[in-house]
Design a protein. Structure first.
Length: 152
């Protein structure tokens, strides 16, 4: 059982500079919620639903990188390829380590928000991105000065 000792959360509202390309939804801002946990014990894992033919994975919603890798292994055992859904810079290291990765979704607004809120965001100039071996973890560092977007 995992014992959570402390939770620190913040919400940031970042105005969008254009609507999504598919035109199905329009909104004027994106909300990003960050959470830090102090925990002891093993991470908890959530339930999973049956995967679609190409399951879109989001490490922020499936138990982090460990949950991602567990789910990717299940998909691979069923001969399914997976895609990284949202947060492209956050997903870059784990996606690169996933043998059955098909692609990473790269939405303008998500890239803009990652670049605005975090240093170390991947730059897709030239059509290729790679994990950075010179930094620990995913390499994203919260930027100071984003407090103007904080709403909670």
């Amino acid at each position: 059982m995992t014992v959570i000792r402390a939770v620190r959360a913040a919400a940031y509202r970042v105005p969008t500079d254009r609507t999504e390309a598919d035109g199905t939804l329009a909104w004027d801002a994106t909300t990003l919620v960050t959470a830090e946990l102090d925990a002891e014990g093993s991470p908890a894992s959530g339930g999973r639903t049956p995967p679609p033919p190409r399951p879109p994975f989001d490490a922020t919603r499936c138990g982090g990188y460990t949950g991602w890798l567990d789910a990717a292994a299940v998909a691979r055992a069923h001969h399914l390829r997976v895609s990284a859904h949202c947060a492209p810079s956050l997903h870059l290291p784990v996606a690169a380590a996933t043998p059955n990765l098909r692609h990473t979704e790269w939405f303008h607004d998500h890239v803009r928000i990652e670049s605005e809120l975090f240093g170390g965001a991947a730059d897709p100039s030239g059509g290729t991105v790679r994990p950075r071996p010179d930094v620990p973890g995913h390499g994203l560092v919260p930027r100071y000065g984003v407090a103007g977007h904080r709403v909670a």
